[in-house]
Design a protein around this ligand. Structure first.
Ligand SMILES: *Cc1c(COP(=O)(O)O)cnc(C)c1O
Length: 410
């Protein structure tokens, strides 16, 4: 087990260490929740301020053209596309992940008439399942959502499946699917493949085009640090684009929105997946947040993330033996950028830890979740977080009454 002094040397040698200066983080806080809400890049705050002080207040409606507001969904989408291995013109920044799931699931089942199954993982993020359920209820044509566990997923894909809809990294335990293998199997069965990249985009290298992925969605506010409620993104492979029909035929997806004609005609390519006026304050924050990725290699991020996760797991296992059950896969290759620990008193333990300046979160009923964001987290942070957790477990301080009260957002 490395000592804290050795970890200080790791930090000094870490090529990503200078990235932290690009973020605003409170003094004395170790932030292990960037997988839920990424930290604030300085550039994002400056850009929002400039948008308020200049583009909105002074330029007013002219900014749709002069500040390029109208082009941001495509431009920001293109920047995200380069971070997830998409080809030019396959991505768009728009709406929320939930709305984008609805659009792409609907598009997918329309591409596979006669097939009546959306196949997903029982443990998928609830909104991914809920949106599929809502689509099935709306279509009322026998379309059904079927879910199975991760271990059975690949063997359940057959000719009845229209689309396989999965999260690349599981939000609860961090388990990572083999994107290439599952996508290949879906295609062998004639199904389309939709990946939700919420917990993998910005955390590890992704090769959507190389894996021949059909459809994908993901969040702007997690590892991309776009801010609370930042626009999400979507990806539609080139091969699907000209026949891809969106169910939400809003005017921003029209071929000529400013002709104001009464009949809908889709724009070319992925642009048709837009619905309505984009939220510009959030969009400029996301655009500026993406500046931090210029010159950063996702392989470097992945390598550091694995080292940090391994360090945290080792520290927990060796300094607190038998206290927690490791809920994430032990093998780093099968895990995203988070470590989850199980404990019956997960909630008060996490509240005591947060009070001590280490912010993670809890997923019901008993999971402590720790996200690792190599752009603004040091090895010493990982060591200190584990030490604080160890101190709380040793003292039993989490049993104090102030840590028992539940909050609305966990
Ligand atoms: C965070 C997350 C979402 C969130 O969807 P919103 O529409 O942004 O609320 C969806 N899917 C997965 C897998 C997530 O982790």
């Amino acid at each position: 087990m490395p000592t804290r002094d050795e970890l200080r040397r790791w930090d000094l040698a870490d090529p990503l260490a200078p990235m932290r200066a690009q973020f605003v983080l409170p003094e004395g806080v170790i932030y292990l929740d960037g997988n839920s809400l990424g930290a604030m890049p300085r550039a994002a705050a400056e850009r929002v301020r400039r948008t308020l002080d200049h583009d909105w207040s002074q330029q007013l409606v002219r900014s749709w053209n002069s500040a390029g507001w109208v082009d941001l969904p495509i431009a920001v989408g293109a920047r995200i596309g380069r971070l997830i291995g998409a080809r030019d013109g396959e991505t768009l920044a728009c709406d929320s992940t939930s709305i984008n799931l609805f659009k792409l699931l609907s598009l997918a089942v329309a591409q596979r008439p006669g097939r009546k199954l959306i196949l997903s993982d029982t443990d998928n993020f609830p909104t991914d399942l809920y949106m599929a359920q809502g689509l099935a209820a709306l279509l009322a044509n026998g379309l059904e959502l079927r879910t199975v566990g991760m271990d059975q997923l690949i063997d359940t894909i057959d000719e009845r499946v229209a689309v396989v809809s999965l999260s690349h990294v599981n939000y609860r335990n961090g388990a990572l699917y083999d994107m290439a293998a599952v996508t290949r199997r879906a295609h062998e069965a004639g199904a389309l493949m939709l990946w939700d990249l919420a917990h993998s985009a910005g955390a590890l290298p992704i090769a959507l085009a190389d894996c021949d992925v059909d459809l994908a969605v993901g969040c702007g506010y997690k590892y991309f640090n776009g801010g609370p409620g930042a626009p999400a993104f979507l990806y539609v492979s080139r091969a699907l684009q000209q026949t891809a029909a969106t169910p939400l035929t809003g005017w921003f997806g029209h071929a000529r929105p400013f002709d104001f004609v009464p009949g809908y005609a889709p724009a070319d390519g992925v642009a048709r997946m837009q619905v309505g006026t984009p939220p510009i304050l959030s969009m400029v924050a996301l655009d500026a947040a993406l500046d931090v990725w210029d010159g950063v290699s996702l392989q470097q991020v992945r390598d550091k993330s694995i080292r940090q996760c391994e360090l945290f797991v080792d520290l927990v296992e060796q300094t607190m033996p038998g206290v927690f059950e490791l809920y994430s896969p032990r093998d780093a290759a099968g895990r995203g950028s988070q470590v989850c620990l199980r404990h019956a008193d997960a909630w008060p333990i996490m509240q005591a830890l947060i009070a001590d300046g280490v912010i993670g979160d809890v997923r019901a009923p008993d999971i402590l979740r720790f996200g690792f964001t190599p752009l603004y987290l040091s090895y010493c942070d990982v060591y200190d977080a584990a030490a604080k957790l160890g101190a709380i477990m040793a003292s039993g301080r989490w049993r104090e009454p102030q840590f028992q009260a539940r909050a609305k957002v966990t």
